[in-house]
Design a protein around this ligand. Structure first.
Ligand code: GLU
Length: 416
């Protein structure tokens, strides 16, 4: 029987049976992606291939299943805004690569359980890998989110690549006063892999989107098992592993709470802003010309000088330990602040709080006008700098805002 790439087939050879999806082959072998996620390459001679399901029939069936779902009375309305990334991707049978080509509707087709939680509408805002995100895309995304809320969405899910999710989530957190949950979700492993975290993360995200947690959050696997997802506050979360399913961690904070995957129950530990406590507002001006600079031993102060001379409007330094740079960087910090370019000092340690009052380099950094980033993550300090300078042009007022806690990005007291 004829088969083509993307069909589900059974291949039988020498008494052994392989079942899976036909992948592209450059060697003449029949390549089958099996349920285990592994590919089998089978010499066609003497092999019998039976088509179990045509690719086109599988796609049709999935489409029909979703199209047949009528809005259910009494369920909340959730909008899925898709920006791309692994969660919104599928196998490209031409190349065998995972490509970002799903629309938001395709997410519902892939995860029909979602339709039990809410009535969904979906929009593909972008179809990009998140390394291609930019500050003006955050603005567009924030505007699209606000539009959905104005149109009556009870919750928003943003499907996003995991690599830069923490930047986009922090940006939206500063840009929007939200009366409803705005939940970022992604996946570390694509849907074609048996270890995919795609469905569980999306289902847990939907639970949070219909909850009373009216903040910008990131919902991803808590552990490598499928027990629960963490609900991370957008300004306290970081991707801490390249590939593990539990890559996302709250830093200098506990997560707001957890979603139990089997019961769908949400438990919370931290206090949070509740549904309808805030009125919807959008503050989407942003200053993209800000830099995050990592200090390394022996690195030239010219690095800082470059950003000052290139007209950057704000600089975040990722210093060492309690918030240090070498003595020869300090005159450049002073030059920046004299030119009314705010400088925030954060730490490469990530965990813990900046304290520039202990060692003499620290004291000199403060004398040069740098702002202690407290327990803020360097990336969050950068996004906060961009947002603050987008809102306020006056240097002293901007410095005042940078020192204040706006979205729980600064804890008054540190965790041990
Ligand atoms: N690098 C891509 C991104 O961040 C894919 C990885 C992912 O989605 O986890 O969009």
């Amino acid at each position: 029987m004829d088969y083509e790439e993307g069909d589900r087939v059974k291949v039988e050879k020498s008494g052994v049976e392989y079942e899976g999806i036909v992948m592209p082959s450059t060697t003449g072998h029949i390549i089958v992606k099996m349920v285990s996620g592994y590919n089998a390459g089978i010499e066609p001679e003497g092999a019998t291939v039976t088509v179990v399901q045509k690719k086109t029939d599988m796609e049709e069936a999935a489409k029909k299943a979703v199209n047949e779902v009528k809005p259910k009375k009494g369920l909340p309305k959730v909008s899925i805004l898709s920006t791309g990334g692994t969660i919104a991707s599928k196998i490209d049978y031409r190349t065998g690569a995972v490509t970002s080509q799903f629309s938001a509707d395709d997410i519902l087709q892939a995860i029909p359980e979602l339709t039990e939680i809410a009535n969904f509408s979906g929009k593909a805002i972008y179809n990009i890998l998140s390394e291609n995100m930019k500050a003006d895309y955050w603005q567009e995304l924030a505007r699209a989110v606000v539009e959905e809320i104005k149109n009556g969405a009870d919750g928003i899910i943003v499907a996003h690549g995991t690599d830069t999710m923490m930047y986009s989530a922090a940006a939206l957190s500063f840009m929007i006063d939200t009366p409803v949950p705005i939940v970022f979700v992604g996946s570390q492993r694509s849907a074609d892999r048996p270890s995919s975290d795609n469905a569980m993360n999306a289902i847990c995200a939907a639970k949070v989107a219909v909850s009373d947690i009216a903040e910008v959050t990131v919902v991803m696997h808590s552990e490598s098992s499928d027990d629960k997802c963490s609900i991370h506050r957008a300004t306290k979360v970081r991707k801490m592993h390249t590939s593990r399913r539990d890559a996302f961690r709250s830093i200098n904070s506990e997560p707001i709470g957890y979603v139990d995957y089997s019961t769908g129950e949400i438990t919370t530990g931290l206090s949070y802003v509740k549904r309808n406590e805030r009125e919807l507002a959008l503050m989407d001006s942003i200053e993209p010309k800000c830099a995050l600079v990592k200090f390394t031993p022996g690195s030239s102060p010219d690095i800082l000088g470059f950003f000052i001379d290139a007209g950057y409007k704000g600089i975040v330094i990722e210093g060492t330990g309690l918030g240090h740079v070498s003595t020869d960087w300090i005159p450049q910090i002073e030059r920046a602040t004299e030119q009314k370019i705010p400088v925030i000092i954060t730490s490469q340690c990530l965990n813990g709080r900046i304290c520039d009052r202990v060692y003499d380099t620290g004291r000199d950094i403060l004398k040069a006008g740098a702002i202690e980033g407290e327990d803020m993550l360097p990336e969050v300090a950068l996004v906060k700098m961009m947002w603050t300078l987008g809102q306020i042009q006056n240097y002293d007022d901007a410095v005042d805002i940078l020192k204040q806690d706006i979205r729980c990005e600064i804890n008054e007291r540190s965790l041990e």
